[in-house]
Ligand binder design. Sequence first.
Ligand code: NCD
Length: 362
Amino acid sequence: MRNLLDIMDLSEEELYGLINTALDISKDPDKYAELCKRKKLATLFFEPSTRTRLSFEAAMYELGGNVIGFSEASSSSVSKGESVADTVKVISNYADIIAMRHPKDGAALVAARNARIPVINAGDGGHHHPTQTLADLLTIYKEKGSFEDLTIGMCGDLKYGRTVHSLVYAMSRYKGVKFIFISPEELRFPRYIIDDVLDKKGIPYSETKDLEEAIPKLDILYMTRIQRERFEDLDEYERLKDSYVLTPEKMVSAKNDMAVLHPLPRVNEISVAVDDDPRAKYFEQTLNGKYMRMALILKLLGLDSKKEEAKESVKTFFIDGLKCPNNRCISKTEQELKQEFYAVDESKGIYRCIYCDTEVRK
Ligand code: NCD
């Protein structure tokens, strides 16, 4: 693995490797304090972030390295019209590794294809957010001791919430996992991931609008914020923004060992009164995220002394006249970027955009 764009870039073995390193770092941080001496992390944040950016920065500093970067597009040359490709070609001369967040789906892939240094996707539009998933996985592992036989409820904005997309991919590898998707009709979990992962692997899932009905069945409740910035119609956001609020009253019917996770920031979907419940794990989750990012940086810089397996590359196609229909895709804005697809079923002419995974038919 050279880059982390999607959580599935990590094999199960590599994931356990990161978890072990993260647990070891949390026990003995001094052992790791100099490993990234003279190395630089570039944090390229074209979209706002608190936790992700600062936890990457803290991670690099705690490894003895340095950090350069920007925290909003307006303070970079993107505001002058520079492409992602050019930006990362330049940054490759200045840093050893990049962590990038961008509002467009697929922007991380464009960066990885143009950078000469490893790229970590710190969130690309509504698409993926693999390092949040690393924080989620370490939290689940610490709470449950395993990833198997868990019923996971995901609640809120399952359409635009990139963290839930990445977490479903990650958890779909384990035996006995079931999902309950709790959302308003308009924000249901994406069909392409259901087809791709759950139906394909025969993983049980159900969909409901009712948090109270689902809560007693859950081992993990993953709450999410309604993603205001991804709505094309803000009236729709106003209508949906208060869909769910987790309160101490609702927690009464949950299992005694159910863990509540949330990638944060929270708006109003978990009442502050839940924070004192020992089952609330979302602040610990942020600390776990820092340890996992430290482990990831070490691995991508080859400082964890383990050999890489080469990832098989997927065959892609350039097809005359075929365009990605997703207006939020990086291919709509990146200069000179050719529309590129991978096949879902070539004989039926069904393809997906390599940047955002939106389906297109020839
Ligand atoms: C999440 C994100 O950016 O997708 N935040 C994070 O990285 N911790 C969740 C969110 O913004 O709702």
